[in-house]
Design a protein around this ligand. Sequence first.
Ligand SMILES: O=C([O-])C(=O)C[C@H](O)[C@@H](O)C(=O)[O-]
Length: 442
Amino acid sequence: MPKPPTAPHSLPPVPGVPSGPRQRVAEVTITPVAFRDPPLLNTVGVHEPYAIRAIVEVRTDEGLTGLGETYADTAHLARLRRAAGEIVGTDVWDVNELARRVRASLAGDRGTGGHGMAGMVTNSSTADAVLSPFEVACMDVQGKATGLPVSALLGGAVRDRVEYSAYLFYKWDAHPGQEPDAWGAALDPDGIVAQARRMIDAYGFSAIKLKGGVFPPEEEIEAIRALRRAFPGHPLRIDPNGAWTVETSVRVGRELEGVLEYLEDPTAGVEGMAEVARRVPMPLATNMCVVGFADIEPAVKRDAVGVVLSDHHFWGGLGRSRLLAGICETFGLGLSMHSNSHLGVSLAAMTHLAAASPALTYACDTHTPWKDPDEDVIADGALTFSEGALIVPDGPGLGVTLDRDRLARLHERYVECGVRDRDDTGYMRRVDPSYEKKQPRW
Ligand SMILES: O=C([O-])C(=O)C[C@H](O)[C@@H](O)C(=O)[O-]
């Protein structure tokens, strides 16, 4: 009797896991990198000359490689490295097993800092933040193994282009001791409008977010009014990262009635947010008081937020961010997307997630315009903005490839600038030393 043809891959099936070319994680590489970051101001201080990220590569026993990207502060890197050792041997389709192993690798780790969450009032899950880049990398492999884009693996793209917003910052001309960059300074309403015009001319964005909490609220209200006059049709948002008292938040919210599409994190903590929400006319958005699954119930009970900014880096990857999207739909919460200084691997993952999230109806945040296009780790051409949006890549996986020369260069920079030795906040922000004592600032 002729033998049945052998399957191309010989792993036993995993119950409940979709079939597909099966592969196991054979090797994991984590490469911290540093890229130039302009002197953008936020409520804690100023961005450092370099932002740091970690690029995660997951290689399989079948020779495919998947990519992920995450924070690279000292605490987070140490956790990533522990997890990397544990996940070798995992089937890339078995994300539950991947999560189990990541959690096991963190046993006994009670730390909550790192991964960009320092200073937040949060129930953010360290394990979710560690899981995220590995899950994204495994999904990239799944896509490569099946020929499907990640958006298809997430349930299917409901849009073929993902809109992003112009993310404006008050800004110095230059970091001390450096040449001014092409953006120039933006320290008043005219500077902010000029920055918006430049960014919108270059990218075509049709929504605008201003990072606030830097100057007294009256000045920031003026900047928003100036933006409204200059861009009458663009939805506007302001985000002071929780720097205002409840009373200041209420005053700003009322003054900007009819001007803002949402007011993001005006004050810190779910109680304060709930009180502001009761007294201002627009929805409150957050990426500070709902940053993990445990934050959802208290926020919903108190009606504290109208819009959640998801972020797959915090929420455990793409699959768990889809879960968040479903919960938001259930409770009638809007869904938008948060960003931090990031590279192209994250941008690709954000774009696939947004494409596959029907409830995500707001333009997403991105820091991309603040990065020199040569300072990335991906090859050019995969992600290009047109009319404020990215076309969702339709090639296998994330649809981006690593440029190894760039990766090596940015890693060398990371080693040279010594940031690896810093026990920083995870933001790579130079923090005003008096900040801790000044919260809320107004
Ligand atoms: O709420 C936000 O958009 C952020 O927290 C993102 C960034 O950390 C932002 O504040 C920054 O880049 O300074």
